[in-house]
Design a protein around this ligand. Structure first.
Ligand code: AMP
Ligand code: ZN
Length: 142
């Protein structure tokens, strides 16, 4: 969809810090993270709502998102992660291309679902993405 910011990211027309890409999904660093390392996993095909995403793609988003959550714990020393998807404006969806948030969490991170937006220093997101990628194993059991 030509006017969609996330479709433009997938097409390389808008820059992003990419973490992972395959035939169905694309994962990249959120530009305004709740906690540093916050990742978005999106279907390559444009879907506004999660409800219209084909099952294979939706399953891949969940698989990649959860494995990236584990990679965030391993690479950046977080304790846990949230998977979050806002479907519809009233639910907080701002970008109308469905996306799964992978939000790394620490026991003392002071985040209580009052959405916040932190900022990266120059090069910090790319350096973190590299660390996370080094710990990312799509088909591990643990
Ligand atoms: P939502 O409120 O669930 O629609 O979340 C949209 C998310 O997209 C927010 O967390 C934004 O920080 C993030 N975002 C918006 N534009 C960009 C961008 N160009 N690159 C990376 N993340 C973005
Ligand atoms: Zn799109």
């Amino acid at each position: 969809m030509s006017s969609c910011i996330f479709c433009k990211i997938i097409a390389g027309e808008i820059p992003s810090v990419k973490i992972y890409e395959d035939d169905l999904v694309y994962a990249f660093m959120d530009i305004a993270p709740i906690n540093l390392g916050h990742i978005l996993v999106i279907p390559k095909e444009h879907h506004e709502s999660a409800s219209s995403i084909p099952e294979a793609t939706a399953g891949r988003m969940m698989k990649v998102g959860s494995r990236l959550g584990i990679a965030l714990k391993r690479a950046l020393d977080y304790d846990a992660y949230n998977l979050h998807l806002a479907d519809g404006k009233a639910a907080g969806q701002v970008v109308m291309h469905a996306h799964l948030h992978v939000v790394p969490r620490g026991v003392d991170d002071d985040f209580r679902w009052n959405w916040r937006q932190l900022a990266y220093a120059d090069g910090e997101a790319a350096a973190m993405a590299e660390k996370v990628l080094a710990k990312f194993k799509l088909n591990d059991q643990e």
